[in-house]
Design a protein around this ligand. Structure first.
Ligand code: AMP
Ligand code: ZN
Ligand code: FE
Ligand code: FE
Length: 284
């Protein structure tokens, strides 16, 4: 089931457990040859990942990010691939998004404390370290505090989108994030689209905004979901792509990098398209 490609993974630069270098080593050892590092709102892990990439023959690292965006009633995640960590405009935008995460994280902790769940904001920041702060760090603090048994329970009970301690943060719309990625020379790919309502309408809008791909072979999507999404991608002229979304925080059943059903022909089509990008030479 292993694929040569994995275009969606996380490191300690956001809410993953492996350092960028350890993630690259793991992906390469799994047989992944085309690998994107896509931390939430951050390219801070790319330099370390690139240095690690040079140790592995036949392995290519694609620099990327995952941006959280909003539509009415739902969160939409957009992968930006082939983005330059050295682009000052991109960095300014990512820094703004990360600042919003800090305000939001603090707000969630305050809400929890208001409900008698006394986790410390200082501890959440410690858990995040240099990373872009995310709800998984808050979830970890809740596990440590004995308020829940595991990270997923924290989302289910408190900090999921409809949970009592959820707080919004400033986000772009998906179309804005696509425009931003394309304007910076990268390729936009809709992440984990299976649960989105009115997917066809959204895909119409995003394809028109310049989005080139969508995740079809995602993590543990079952074959019928993959088939439904593959057909949707085809209807909208989008490249079918995929990734494990590996974080290392979801327990033993979490698919490792490359443990997805992304076939070689989809990788080849993607690479052909990527070869025409303004930023095609950013790989290492
Ligand atoms: P944030 O980026 O702070 O909005 O947090 C979103 C991240 O939390 C996602 O990228 C996942 O890694 C994680 N996450 C979202 N929903 C869940 C859930 N139900 N259980 C565990 N982790 C989740
Ligand atoms: Zn994440
Ligand atoms: Fe995501
Ligand atoms: Fe992700």
């Amino acid at each position: 089931m292993a694929s040569k490609g994995d275009f969606h993974t996380h490191s300690t630069a956001s809410d993953g457990v492996l350092s960028p270098a350890a993630l690259v080593d793991l992906a390469a050892s799994q047989g992944v040859r085309y690998h994107a590092l896509t931390d939430h709102d951050s390219t801070e892990g790319i330099a370390e990942a690139r240095a690690a990439a040079t140790k592995h023959a036949g392995y290519t690292l694609i620099p990327g990010v995952e941006m959280g965006t909003d539509i009415e009633g739902a969160e939409v995640h957009m992968l930006g691939l082939y983005l330059s960590p050295d682009d000052p405009d991109l960095q300014e935008m990512l820094m703004r998004l990360r600042a919003g995460r800090i305000d939001r994280g603090y707000g969630i902790v305050e809400k929890l404390r208001g409900m008698g769940i006394m986790i410390e904001w200082e501890r959440v920041k410690q858990l995040a370290g240099d990373a872009s702060v995310g709800r998984p760090h808050i979830a970890q603090a809740l596990v440590e505090g004995g308020y829940v048994a595991k990270v997923a329970d924290a989302f289910d009970r408190w900090i999921g989108r409809n949970g009592p301690a959820y707080v919004e943060r400033d986000k772009m719309t998906p179309a804005e994030s696509v425009a931003c990625i394309v304007a910076r020379g990268g390729l936009a790919c809709l992440a984990h689209p299976a649960d989105l309502d009115r997917l066809d309408a959204l895909l119409d809008e995003l394809a028109a905004a310049g989005m080139a791909a969508m995740e079809v072979f995602y993590k543990d999507y079952p074959p019928e979901t993959v088939e439904r999404l593959r057909q949707a991608a085809e209807r909208h002229g989008l490249l079918p792509l995929g990734g494990s979304d590996y974080h290392g925080i979801f327990g033993n059943n979490e698919p490792l990098p490359g443990n997805i059903s992304l076939p070689d022909d989809a990788i080849e089509r993607f690479l052909e398209r990527a070869a025409k990008l303004p930023n095609k030479d950013l790989v290492h």
